[in-house]
Write a protein that binds this ligand. Structure first.
Ligand code: ADP
Ligand code: MG
Length: 456
């Protein structure tokens, strides 16, 4: 056990805090055999696979630091309890244990478990029409796992990421899939806003106990955008009790949030700490290929003819959020319909003239330099100076690599924009950053953050 604690300590030097909290923290120690293996357990195969694939190197380094060079890392998936698997089987036993017979309404209690209600699940959102890519694959896998075994390992499932990246889509897809597999499952979706107004109204009309009974009767509760729970409010208090009740009854809870839950400022610690009991996964802005695939999927949904060329053209020029892509596609469709023409590159260029100009002006080298300087707390003249100090040279290399990736500039042009440097210097910078992105968690994190800023 001590060994595992030491390993965790050491791992934190090699991976980011978010990664640690999301992936390493949920692991449990099982056994350690010196010079042979470290055996851990995970709640599900999503966590296990991710850790074994993505954190091989950090683990190897941590083992090295503790003089256990050839140690094997093994992770087993904890058995899902049989009783938990039967969550949705409608045996009268399990029903009565979930209806809250101990309710304050006593024997008069309405049978909430069988009350009719609207799930609020928009059936338009499914796993089938969600495009998987490296920006969302863990969130996607985790959501599918939850749809298959609700209320077991990953509870709560928290999906976080910036706006318009598919959090709500994934959450609804999960709810829809659970209902498809178990039509009797009581699944309720609501936004944090509507949760709040329901609480407020119930208090006003002295119906709060009824409302609580109703929520408590759910098998699956989906609450969207929990960053809107506000401090010290009655809403947060009720949410806390609801969470505890559902969790203890092994009802599945799925939440979305616009940031890493630990970074929520207006939510009580006791609630935030509960969010990390399950599995926390993120969605990121999709990269080019995923954007192309999403456009094609959306075109298919609308039965709109979109050639690869055109999809690629749009995806290349409209970066950032999926919602922007959808907006662009809507504009293109309207334009094509209006003109009575098929969508071709020239037509799309015309239809999206304004969006494209905006993007081109944001993603120029000046902006990249400013943003990088700002990110690393340097001045622009530091960044462009001749200084070879690591604290300046590394950010400079980062800025060069970003310029290469996100502008159409040639290597010599980029060199010139950095105070007249040679194109080989730029080439070296790109190579270095690419290597560090593989090996060094900090560089990887910085890169992701900067790309996110450039794309937002
Ligand atoms: P969020 O809740 O993160 O703000 P949404 O789930 O509302 O974002 O997604 C915004 C729009 O983008 C929705 O119409 C959704 O269907 C679409 N979308 C986002 N990601 C994907 C994806 N990977 N595949 C298909 N559609 C997506
Ligand atoms: Mg949303």
């Amino acid at each position: 056990m001590q060994f595992w604690l030491d390993i965790q300590q050491s791992l934190q030097d090699f991976i980011s805090e978010d990664e640690f909290l999301t992936w390493i923290k949920p692991l449990n120690f099982v056994e350690f055999k010196e010079s042979e293996y470290l055996l851990l357990s995970a709640h599900n195969s999503v966590i296990r696979d991710h850790v074994l694939e993505e954190f091989k190197r950090p683990f190897a380094r941590a083992f090295e630091e503790l003089d256990q060079v050839n140690l094997n890392l093994k992770i087993r998936v904890e058995q899902v309890q049989k009783e938990e698997m039967n969550l949705f089987e409608d045996s009268s036993d399990s029903v009565s244990s979930k209806t809250g017979v101990q309710s304050p309404l006593g024997s008069q209690a309405k049978d909430w478990k069988h009350s009719e209600f609207t799930s609020n699940l928009d059936s338009k959102y499914s796993f089938d029409n969600f495009v998987e890519g490296s920006s969302n694959q863990f969130a996607y896998a985790a959501a599918q796992q939850v749809a298959e075994f609700p209320g077991t390992g990953s509870n709560p499932l928290v999906i976080y990421g910036s706006v318009g990246l598919g959090k709500t889509h994934l959450m609804l897809a999960t709810g829809n899939e659970i209902k498809r597999r178990n039509p009797k499952a009581r699944v309720l979706y609501m936004s944090t806003h509507s949760f709040r107004s329901q609480i407020v109204n119930a208090i006003r009309h002295k119906k709060i106990d009824d409302l609580k009974q109703f929520y408590n009767s759910m098998d699956v509760l989906l609450v969207d955008d929990i960053q809107f729970l506000s401090t010290g409010s009655k809403t947060q208090e009720e949410f806390f009790h609801l969470f505890n009740h559902l969790f203890e009854n092994k009802s599945q809870i799925i939440l979305t949030c616009d940031r890493f839950p630990k970074k929520l400022v207006n939510i009580e610690d006791r609630l935030v700490s509960r969010f990390s009991w399950g599995l926390t996964v993120y969605v990121e802005p999709p990269e080019l290929e995923t954007r192309v695939a999403i456009l094609k999927q959306k075109a298919l949904d609308y039965q709109f003819k979109l050639t690869d060329d055109v999809a690629f053209f749009i995806a290349k020029h409209i970066m950032g959020h999926v919602r922007d892509l959808e907006g662009a596609l809507t504009t293109v469709r309207a334009h094509a319909n209006f003109m009575g023409l098929e969508a071709t590159v020239p037509l799309v260029r015309e239809a999206l003239r304004e969006q494209i100009v905006v993007h081109a002006s944001i993603l120029n080298i000046d902006n990249i330099q400013k943003m990088v300087a700002d990110y690393y707390d340097l001045t622009l003249s530091d960044l462009l100076s001749k200084s070879r100090a690591r604290s300046i040279a590394r950010p400079r290399q980062m800025a060069m690599a970003l310029a290469k990736e996100f502008t159409q500039m040639s290597l010599p042009d980029i060199g010139r924009a950095f105070g007249g440097r040679d194109h080989t210097t730029v080439m070296h910078a790109c190579k270095k950053i690419n290597e560090l992105k593989q090996e060094d968690a900090n560089t990887q994190g910085d890169w992701k953050n900067l790309v996110r800023r450039l794309q937002s």
